[in-house]
Design a protein around this ligand. Sequence first.
Ligand code: VGL
Ligand code: ZN
Length: 180
Amino acid sequence: MNRALIIVDVQRDFCPGGALAAPKGDEIIPVINKLMDKFEIILASKDWHPSKTIHFEKWPPHCIRGTEGAAFHPDLNQQKIELVALKGTGNSDDGYSAFEATNVDMVHWLKRKNVGAVYCCGIATEYCVISTAIDAVRSGFKTYGVTDAIAPVNVHPEDEGIALQKMEDYGITLITSDKI
Ligand code: VGL
Ligand code: ZN
């Protein structure tokens, strides 16, 4: 069985200076770039919203498809990213999980590559990272959350700790990148 790295939403709008910035979103990028050396199968999700969506009743507009804010952060090494999964593409859904991608059937794609374990990193810990990790577990993958390669958006600062606990409760293993 193979291992895959899922890089969640490392986009300009989720990093300092962006429309919905995780205060330390850019600090995890060097960690993720290094992490990519340890994986053969690497995929990344993008929040990819239409300009009008119910999602923007909860959040300031961000990651509108095709805009600069929706681009990967320029520091992210894109060379080894084999698949970009686009999510939040409808106008009536949040699309927090990478498994809600509408341009690819994620489970099918991973199974075809004989993936048994997925390692989740990226932004934001308490929204898209946790949703992706929970969907991975539900889809039957051994799932890891890489704690030094995830960043919270921190709208409610207590939510980061709650999310980490919830991940463990779901059977997601928290791990630091040096142990991979
Ligand atoms: C996200 C809030 C809204 C995320 C996406 O990537 O975690 N958070 N849209
Ligand atoms: Zn969004």
